[in-house]
Write a protein that binds this ligand. Structure first.
Ligand SMILES: C[S@@+](CC[C@H](N)C(=O)[O-])C[C@H]1O[C@@H](n2cnc3c(N)ncnc32)[C@H](O)[C@@H]1O
Length: 193
C-alpha cells in the first residue's frame, strides 16, 4: 500500500492490528530488561506490547507517520500493564524523532516496503542505533531465495552499513514470515562516514 491515511489506518487496525507476524518476529529473540526499543512503522503497537514482556524496565517507542495510527496505538495500549513504558510518536523512517545512539533494538515489522525512501530510512536507523544495537526486520510471506527483491533488499542493507547476523523463517497456522537480524557493520560505517 503506498498511501497510508486515517481510512487505511482504521482498516489495518481492524483486519491486521494483532497480526501473527508481530508475535513471530519476537520468537526466541532475546531483548534485555532495560533496553530501548524503537518500532518504525509500529501500526497498532502490537509488537511493542509483546516486547514489553522482556523489556521490563526499559523504554518502548513506536513511530508511525499516520496520526490516526498513532492514536489507535495509544488507545490499544492504554489498559496494558506496561502502558507507562510504551510511548508512540508521529514520525517516519525517513525522519525519526529520536536522538543519535539511543536504540538498542529497532524493529521494522512489515514496514520496510512502505517507506518512501528506504536508503534514507536505513540511514536514520543507523543514526539512532547504539553501536551495539540491532535492527530486526520482519516480512510477511518472506522473500523467495534468488529473487530480485531479496537481492535488492540485502544489498540495500549492506550498502547502508548493516551486517546480517541471522535470517530465519517462522510459521504460525497459515501465516509465514522471515526475520532478519542485523548489527551495525562498523568497518563499513567507517568507510561511509
Ligand atoms: C503493514 S503496516 C505494519 C504495521 C505493524 N508494524 C505491524 O506489523 O502490524 C505498515 C505500517 O507502516 C507505516 N508507514 C507508512 N509509511 C511509512 C514511513 N515512511 N515510515 C515508517 N512507517 C511508515 C504505516 O502507517 C503502517 O502503520
Amino acid at each position: 500500500m503506498s498511501q497510508w491515511d486515517t481510512e487505511t489506518a482504521e482498516w489495518y487496525a481492524e483486519k491486521y492490528g494483532n497480526y501473527d507476524t508481530n508475535e513471530l518476529g519476537l520468537e526466541a529473540l532475546t531483548l534485555f530488561e532495560n533496553a530501548t526499543v524503537v518500532d518504525i512503522g509500529c501500526g497498532t503497537g502490537c509488537a511493542l506490547r509483546y516486547a514489553s514482556d522482556q523489556v521490563t524496565s526499559g523504554t518502548l517507542i513506536g513511530i508511525d507517520p499516520v496520526p490516526r495510527m498513532v492514536e489507535i496505538a495509544i488507545e490499544q495500549t492504554a489498559d496494558h500493564p506496561s502502558t507507562g513504558r510504551i510511548e508512540f510518536h508521529e514520525g517516519s523512517a525517513e525522519e525519526i524523532p529520536i536522538e543519535n545512539d539511543t536504540a538498542d533494538f529497532v524493529f521494522a515489522f512489515d514496514s520496510f516496503d512502505h517507506w518512501h525512501n528506504q536508503a534514507l530510512g536505513l540511514k536514520e536507523i543507523h543514526r539512532i542505533l547504539k553501536s551495539s544495537g540491532q535492527l530486526i526486520v520482519v516480512k510477511d510471506g518472506g522473500l523467495p531465495n534468488g529473487s530480485e527483491a531479496k537481492d535488492a533488499f540485502k544489498q540495500s542493507l549492506d550498502k547502508a552499513g548493516f551486517k546480517i547476523k541471522e535470517e530465519k523463517d517462522f510459521k504460525k497456522g497459515s501465516v509465514k514470515c522471515t526475520r532478519w537480524i542485523y548489527s551495525l557493520d562498523k568497518q563499513a560505517s567507517r568507510l561511509m562516514s
